[in-house]
Design a binder for this molecule. Structure first.
Ligand code: KG4
Ligand code: ZN
Length: 388
């Protein structure tokens, strides 16, 4: 019997009949033979329902994703039961689409890999419950995946990167610096003490009502800030980067958010406008917040590189810094990181944008990495739980 924790327990599992119907819906493609290992990856940790089939050489045979961003933009943030419902409505279709696109029969899979931590409990529960049903029906091994580790290892699917390397994950939900020493050997060097940079940028964008700005209405908060910042002058505000004296590699973004909040309030008074209207100084504020966040991220990363090099944890001449997550698509922040890597003789690598954000490919690829290393492959799924 599957032992799921309380929150997962309330969620109804797909019936056996439904799973059989689902499996029967696949056509067999005679003559298709896969010599490589094949892994189906399933991701539902936050607000994307995603699945993909990846082979041992890094070929993506099929993928599908359903993004909930549009719904959550309207409500001004993720409401967990809404995210759960949307995962429930989409998971079967998304897995089916990924498998169909890959033109394989489910029996050809070597294993099924699914994110089990960290994430929203209600969201993780949907992916795990669906996966365990599939594992049970197909009699395949199950590989539980750590979402952050999957982000960190994605670069090895696109580039030839050997261990150890440094990884910086910056998104709406993540902010961490870690040394990756092996498939499941991570040394955490720093993390955000409060919110993630993408979360901060989203809050600032919301406070500036950028969704009403004609050029930004369809953009995420971070993207809107980057877009407007190009038209602004950061020197109109003097903001100090956070944690300047902290002798570690941690991050903090909520103080910066509050400073920006105060500036916006002051400007609203000066310009005589109501909350919700767009300030004439919005672009200058966007430029200032982007610059301060970029400086902070670059300085903490610089410390981490120096620390690793001093202790011979990274190669002196061949070190690699991988930057991933939604915020990594910000070209101003990348430029700041480039200055740091050039100064420390490191190579800066970023996965392509579609692999920087949450996706099923990174989960399937982590499954492949684990299969190859013989790590964390479960033949008995009893007691598997998710960890929010
Ligand atoms: O990785 P992601 O898609 O989702 C998670 O948070 O896991 O990242 C989304 C975050 C959002 O906060 C969004 O505002 C931010 O990444 N983002 C950006 C840019 N594009 C997306 N932040 C700064 N500059 C961008 N161009
Ligand atoms: Zn993520």
């Amino acid at each position: 019997m599957l032992i799921l924790n309380k929150t997962a327990g309330v969620f109804s599992k797909p019936s056996k009949r439904k799973v059989y119907e689902f499996l029967r819906s696949f056509n067999i493609y005679p003559g298709t033979q896969f010599l490589h290992k094949l892994v189906l990856g399933i991701e539902t940790s936050c607000d994307d329902t995603a699945a993909a089939v990846v082979d041992e050489t890094g070929n993506v045979l099929g993928e599908a994703i359903h993004s909930q961003t549009e719904v959550h933009l309207k409500t001004g943030g993720i409401i967990p039961p809404v995210a759960q419902q949307l995962h429930r409505e989409n998971i079967q279709r998304i897995v089916q689409e990924a498998l169909s696109a890959s033109r394989i029969f489910p029996s050809e899979l070597s294993a099924i890999a699914t994110t089990i931590k960290p994430g929203l409990a209600l969201s993780l529960g949907v992916g795990l419950s669906f996966s365990l049903q599939l594992v049970d029906q197909l009699k395949k091994p199950f590989i539980p995946i750590h979402h952050m580790e999957a982000h960190a290892l994605t670069i090895r699917l696109t580039n030839k990167v050997e261990f150890p390397f440094l990884v910086l994950l910056i998104s709406g939900g993540h902010c961490l610096l870690a040394l990756v020493r092996g498939v499941s050997d991570f040394l955490l060097l720093g993390k955000s003490l409060d919110i993630a940079p993408g979360d901060m940028l989203d809050k600032v964008a919301r406070r500036l009502s950028l969704i009403r700005h004609p050029e930004c209405s369809t953009m995420s908060g971070g993207k809107a800030v980057e877009h407007l910042a190009k038209q602004g002058n950061r020197f109109n505000f003097d903001i100090k980067p956070p944690l300047q004296r902290a002798k570690n590699c941690d991050f903090s973004f909520s103080g910066l958010q509050h400073v920006i909040d105060k500036i916006i309030m002051q400007k609203e008074k000066e310009e005589g406008i109501e909350k919700g209207q767009i300030l004439s100084s919005a672009a200058d504020i966007a430029a200032a917040v982007q610059h301060t966040a970029a400086c902070h991220i670059a300085k903490r990363t610089h410390r981490a590189i120096l620390f690793c090099k001093q202790r011979n944890l990274l190669s002196q001449s061949n070190a690699v810094l991988v930057v991933s997550g939604g915020v990594a698509s910000n070209l101003y922040i990348r430029k700041a990181l480039e200055i740091v890597t050039n100064a420390t003789q490191c190579t800066l690598l970023c996965p392509p944008p579609r692999l920087c954000t949450d996706n099923g490919i990174m989960i399937a690829w982590n499954g492949i990495e684990r299969l190859r290393a013989g790590l964390g492959i479960l033949h008995n799924i009893e007691g598997v739980r998710y960890e929010p």
